[in-house]
Design a protein around this ligand. Structure first.
Ligand SMILES: [Zn+2]
Length: 135
């Protein structure tokens, strides 16, 4: 038992392991497997195998810098998508009661009450004034 334990320790020593990007890829892999179980498409089967090897490759990689860089890029894209989805649902939730505008200086999204006309707004994030026209 100790030999197996030391063998596994040697095998995984210095490897990258898993991160957020890895979990995302695993979810994609699971979805592809489920879809392929019903459709049985050869191209999809090949894609799942490629994805599986890529996931194992990332986990077993010793190049921590590149794997961390990939994860940072994924997190940046994911956070942008997450913000846009939240904004989409907020626009539906506050339809007719609030208007959403982007700050010209820091690009923060600001929720404003619906008052028709031209207004001067102070951004709560960067505290700079900018003009907004609500129709
Ligand atoms: Zn701002």
């Amino acid at each position: 038992m100790n030999k197996l334990k030391s063998l596994l320790f040697k095998l995984f020593y210095g490897r990258y392991g898993s991160d957020s990007y890895e979990y995302f890829l695993l979810i994609i892999y699971a979805c592809l497997c489920i879809v392929n179980a019903f459709l049985l498409i050869d191209v999809l089967q090949i894609l799942t195998w490629i994805l599986c090897f890529y996931i194992i490759f990332r986990m077993m990689s010793k190049n921590h810098y590149k794997r961390r860089r990939e994860n940072e890029i994924f997190l940046a894209v994911y956070s942008k998508i997450k913000v846009n989805i939240k904004l989409f649902f907020d626009r539906i939730r506050y339809f007719g009661r609030a208007s959403f505008r982007k700050c010209k200086h820091c690009k923060a999204i600001i929720k404003l009450p619906v008052k028709r006309g031209k207004h001067s707004v102070r951004c709560p994030k960067c505290s700079k004034l900018f003009d907004v026209r609500i129709l």
